[in-house]
Ligand binder design. Structure first.
Ligand SMILES: *Cc1c(COP(=O)(O)O)cnc(C)c1O
Length: 411
């Protein structure tokens, strides 16, 4: 975001003009930012066979998915619906990895039918899969190396109580099931959760995966998942992707030599690619002084951005309408009948009724986690690309809330 002549813009597009044109609340994404992050990742690894599988649960707008496809990305999907969306966005089935958790076997069979890569995270499912397909359909195995990442407890997946993955300690059982059913394992996968601060977590977990990889003779790729942290606060420490790329990239080359064959290295970033690209613009409905604080109540809430309430996430905010206002503290809250607080004691340029606030870093897990709670429609989405702003999702209306409702009294 840039400030010039008291007006904030993103990639040259005036943000208050966007609110005038498309209304609020409004999600706005920068294609330039997504491209920059994609290039950073690709350039960080000194490898020719690096494959990025964008984790589209972070932001599943078709236009964002298509943008990443054009850059050369594949897709990581966690539901059959995401697989369908990916195919619809033009991805080849072979570029899509399906990484489900606790889905029915029928859903996995449907994914096999669509020809995508299958990632299995449960021995019982692996056994069922092997019985059904033997060596006809290759698989990837999601391994839980039990290496603890940083980040909020809700987004950790590597701990001993996690529901994700097959424990690395069960590998003997896995080998038995694989051999008995002639299963072709062509990939090994791990994803230790979001917000990994320490590159060491990646490398330690990768070492564990390399150790067991030697036992599988048909491997084509190793998928190290994601967890790349982005900065939510100005002074947040982030994953040093360039450092990680160098260390892990070189280690991967050594591993390939030991394995005896070149292999592909896959990553599945969501947040890293799209988080910083997005801002949520909201309008101030009320400024309410109480005995304890001043609330700035905006025309949005946990129904549009749940991260602050769900993960205690911090989202930086800017009052776009009053760039020179005096700094005051506010509790920024939503209009939902819940305690949906976006920010406590947040210092902002004085907020007046009608002022537009920008919530930064909301390109990932913003719209994609939104809901219709309180019967509120979801926001519109705009993509800024090549100096042009384009509407990429219409704002819902109350009539959309009727779409799937039936009239039990009219039959
Ligand atoms: C959510 C998820 C990701 C992406 O995580 P980010 O923190 O957004 O990068 C990658 N892989 C799997 C299997 C996931 O579930």
């Amino acid at each position: 975001m840039e400030l010039e002549n008291d007006r904030y813009s993103l990639d040259g597009i005036d943000l208050l003009d966007l609110v005038d044109e498309y209304g609020s609340p409004l999600y706005v994404y920068s294609a330039k930012s997504i491209a920059r992050q994609y290039q950073r990742l690709v350039q960080a690894f000194p490898l020719t066979d690096l494959h990025i599988k964008y984790a589209c649960k972070a932001n599943s707008n078709l236009n964002i998915m298509k943008l990443l496809r054009k850059m050369g990305s594949g897709l990581d999907t966690v539901s059959i619906q995401e697989v369908h969306l990916g195919l619809h966005a033009g991805f080849q089935a072979s570029e899509i990895l399906f990484t489900p958790n606790c889905v029915s076997f029928e859903e996995i069979e449907e994914a096999v039918g669509l020809g995508v890569n299958i990632n299995i995270d449960n021995i019982a499912i692996l056994e069922h899969f092997g019985h059904e397909y033997q060596d006809q359909v290759p698989v990837c195995l999601r391994i839980n190396p039990h290496v603890l990442a940083g980040g909020h407890a809700h987004i950790q997946t590597g701990h001993i109580d996690s529901k994700f993955g097959i424990s690395i300690h069960q590998i003997r059982h896995v080998m038995r099931v694989v051999k008995a059913n002639h299963i072709r394992v062509e990939g090994l996968h791990m994803h230790t959760g979001s917000d990994i601060l320490d590159p060491d977590v990646f490398t330690r977990a990768a070492e564990l995966l390399f150790d067991i990889a030697i036992e599988f003779e048909h491997l084509r790729y190793i998928d190290l998942g994601s967890g790349f942290k982005v900065a939510y606060r100005a002074d947040d420490v982030t994953t040093d992707i360039e450092q990680l790329g160098k260390v892990l990239g070189n280690r991967f080359k050594v591993f390939c030599e030991a394995y005896g064959r070149d292999m592909q290295l896959w990553f599945e970033p969501g947040k890293f690619l799209v988080s910083e690209a997005g801002i949520l613009l909201v309008k101030t409905n009320v400024v309410k002084q109480t005995v304890s604080t001043v609330f700035a109540g905006v025309d949005s809430g946990q129904n549009h951005l749940i991260r602050p309430m769900f993960y205690d996430a911090y989202h930086h905010m800017t009052n776009l309408s009053n760039p020179k206002g005096v700094q005051r503290i506010y509790s920024v809250v939503g209009y939902i009948c819940e305690t949906d607080t976006f920010a406590y004691d947040r210092k902002l340029s004085e907020v007046r009724v009608g002022d537009v606030l920008a919530m930064h870093n909301t390109g990932a897990y913003g719209f994609s986690m939104s809901s219709n709670y309180n019967s509120r429609p979801r926001p519109a989405e705009v993509l800024i690309e090549d100096g042009k702003a384009r509407l990429i999702r219409k704002r819902e209306t109350w009539k959309d809330l009727l779409t799937h409702q039936l009239y039990a009294d009219q039959d």
